[in-house]
Every structure is written in C-alpha cells, then in structure tokens.
Design a protein around this ligand. Structure first.
Ligand code: C5P
Length: 410
C-alpha cells in the first residue's frame, strides 16, 4: 500500500502551460489513496479549467484569498494546516521567487507561508528562466528552507524549437517524490553523536605550494549525511574540498593533518567516529615562510616529518568513542593490510577499498562516484556490492545502527 493512502494533499496548481499535467497528477494521487484539495492561482485558470480540476479531485477548488465565503468557511490558515503535504505543480519561476522571499499576496502564497506540512515543488519553466542566476539563487534558498523538489527534466519545451532543463516532472515521478517525502524516516541513531573526517589534507611547503592527494571528500560527506539522516548529531571535520557543507551538520574546515586532529579532539566526546579523510602521512618538516625560489642549483630537498595518525590517536584515546571506524584504501594485499590496521589503530571496523588502477568502475578510485567495500572486523569480512558512495554511506549507517543494537526509532 502506498504511503499516500489516506493522506490529504493540498495541490496548488501554478500558472504555466504544464498545468495541464495536473489533471493526470490528481488522478494518479487519488489512485494511491490520497485525497486532493486543489488550489488554483489566478494564472492557472488560464491554462486549465477549475471545473475539470474540481471534477477530477472530487473536491471544491479554492482560488482567491479574499473570497469571503471561503475565508469564513475554511480560511487559508486552516487549509494550510489541515494537509499532510503541500504540492506546488507547476512551480513557475515567478512563484519560486515569491516563496523564496516569503511573499503571501494570494491564497497560494499564504498557504505556502503558513503551512507546517512538507512542501514539494515541481518546477516548470523555460530553460533560460531555470538557468537564470535569480532562479538558481531562489532554488538554493528554497532547498535551504527545507522544500523538496522533483524535476525539472530536460528535453523539448512547449515553445517550438526550445530545449534544455525546465520540463515539469511527469505525474508518476511527482507521485514517487511525494511518497519518498512522506515515507516514515528510520532514525535509529537518534540521541547519538558522531564525528566524521573527510577530504584530503593540504600540507604546506611554502606560502603557495602544498602536498595534497586526490580525495574528493564525497564518501566522507555522504557518510556524514547518512548518519545525520539516521538521527545522529554529526560533526564533520573536512579538509579542503569543493563540496558544499551538508545541511544540519556541524562542519569544521581544516587544512592540515595537525589541524584535523585538533578539531577531532575538540569534538569529543562522541559515540561514533568514522575516519574517512585521506590524511597526508607526511608534512614538510620545516615549512618555508617565503616562496622557495629556483636557484639554478637543482631542486630543493624537502625533508618530511611524520603526521599524527588521527584514527590511531582516537582509537587509543582515553575518551575513545564507543565505535571507531576507519578506511583503508589499498592497492595491494587489501585484506591483510586492513586486518593489520584494525589491530594497530584500535578500530572496531575498517572499510577496505581497492584503489588499484585495475579495480575498474567498482574500484574506489579516488575522486570517483562508486565504491566497492569490504568491511573488516575482528569477527570477519563482509563483502558489499559496488555501490554509489551515497548508497555505501547509507549501508554503513545501517551497519552502525545494527552494531550498536539500535532498533529503529521514529
Ligand atoms: O594508514 P592509512 O593511511 O592507510 O589508514 C587509513 C585510515 O586511517 C583512514 O581511516 C584514515 O582516515 C586514517 N588516517 C588518519 N590519520 C592519518 C592517516 C590515516 O586518521 N594520519
């Protein structure tokens, strides 16, 4: 049975040519057992008639904020509150801009501002409008405000000869997105705290040069997000990456291994620590305060010094988190090396991945999007299939919950 069964959905039909798809959308939502209350913006009625919308929804259609009868009868606040989901389709560039700025000058605007229900938008507009910096900014803002999006897709537009991103998602995609948004969340790590390290470190040579590695931070950031989604309070200690800070995660930005260790220790105590960062093993022993010049006497000799091993330090710490997990990116003797690290570094589990060039698409080639992981513990080895880094992160969060004996909590 669909999670939409018995749910009350307030569908705001926006004023765009894609409004015609709302007729099918209403039918699809009702097929899943949802009750649909339609609200039409002024412009929507130019594209699709209230009569057909109301007939398909088997509901009265609301349209004007200042309709005295509607206000006395239901009221926009009640409309906003009485629903499990507010769905805006099509979300025009104009409507996105208004909502991003909290404007509420019509019924749709008032509902979108007053509702406490999740909001899902299905944008549809000309590709040039979707690409415009103002729409990009409004989209980001709406995402930050917690609004869900489905689409837009790419392809032919209603305007002849126009193609690009801006097509409204198909009704079935919108139904699937609504289901995903309303699906009960599993949050088994609620009440626990976690530290995750991610990305490379940069070890300065002089003011303009540094030693770095190919880590993108994708896997570490995905793990921070998966632990957050599982309910944990997460501190992400990140080396220099080009990724955006994950939402609802405390992010500490560092450059060097030494700074990373300080930030990790400052985040203790914690229940869980996952060390994903590709920390440089060595730093330049004496960083030059001036740019090193070519002298004509050949290249300078760089003396290196050992960096602290953060995983090992925390694995043997007097405030050691209850569960300590490390990674092992290896090109040779994957399992033997991972087992060695497990013992040496005081970890409960090591996620071993093969980064040898021959490991293929599934190999955890640094900077790639997929990972083939073998999870090594004192008890044995679990082989995971090749997974997108996000999926590997979700699987790790589930493994952590099981290991900690956490039954799902709402
Ligand atoms: O010894 P190796 O670098 O292969 O170990 C990898 C694991 O140890 C990873 O979990 C990595 O985040 C962690 N590590 C660390 N500090 C270092 C080196 C590695 O935390 N200086």
């Amino acid at each position: 049975m669909s999670v939409l069964s018995g749910k009350r959905i307030l569908l705001i039909v926006g004023g765009g040519i894609a409004a015609y798809k709302c007729l099918d959308l209403i039918r699809r939502l009702r097929e899943q057992g949802a009750a649909v209350t339609p609200v039409m913006t002024g412009a929507a009625a130019e594209f699709v008639t209230p009569l057909s919308v109301g007939a398909l929804a088997a509901s009265r259609v609301y349209s004007d904020l200042f309709d005295r009868e509607d206000e006395q009868d239901v009221g926009h606040i009640r409309l906003a509150r009485e629903h499990d989901l507010v769905l805006l389709a099509p979300a025009t560039a104009d409507r996105m801009a208004r909502v991003a700025n909290g404007l509420a000058e019509d019924l749709a605007g008032a509902i979108l501002l007053a509702t406490r229900a999740p909001v899902l938008m299905a944008p549809a507009m000309n590709p040039a409008m979707w690409d415009h910096p103002a729409t990009r900014r409004n989209h980001r803002r709406l995402l930050d405000d917690g609004i869900g999006f489905v689409g837009p897709g790419s392809g032919e537009m209603a305007e002849k000869g126009e193609a690009g991103t801006g097509r409204m998602a198909e009704p079935l995609e919108i139904v699937a997105a609504a289901e995903a948004l309303l699906a009960p969340r599993k949050r088994p790590l609620t009440g626990l705290s976690a530290i995750v390290t991610s990305g490379p470190t940069h070890e300065p040579i002089d003011p303009v040069r540094y030693i770095a590695n190919r880590s993108s931070g994708r896997q570490g950031h995905a793990i921070a997000e998966a632990l957050r989604d599982a309910g944990a309070r997460v501190t992400l200690v990140s080396g220099p990456v080009t990724l955006a800070d994950p939402r609802d995660v405390a992010v500490r930005h560092v450059e060097t291994a030494a700074e990373m260790l300080i930030a990790v220790e400052a985040a203790l105590p914690a229940d869980i620590a996952v060390f994903v960062a590709a920390v440089a093993d060595w730093r330049v022993a004496a960083e030059s305060s001036r740019k090193i010049k070519k002298t004509g006497d050949g290249p300078p000799a760089l003396a290196l010094a050992e960096n602290p091993d953060i995983l090992s330090t925390i694995g043997h710490h007097d405030r050691r988190p209850g569960l300590v997990i490390g990674f092992a990116a290896e090109t040779d003797d994957l399992l033997a090396n991972a087992r060695g690290k497990l013992a040496r570094k005081g970890a409960d589990a090591i996620l071993a991945n093969d980064v040898s060039p021959g490991a293929g698409a599934g190999g955890g080639v640094m900077g790639g999007t997929e990972n083939t992981i073998r999870l090594v513990t004192a008890e044995g080895v679990e082989e995971w299939p090749t997974l997108a880094k996000e999926a590997a992160a979700t699987r790790l969060a589930e493994w952590i919950a099981a290991r900690l004996g956490r039954t799902e909590t709402a």
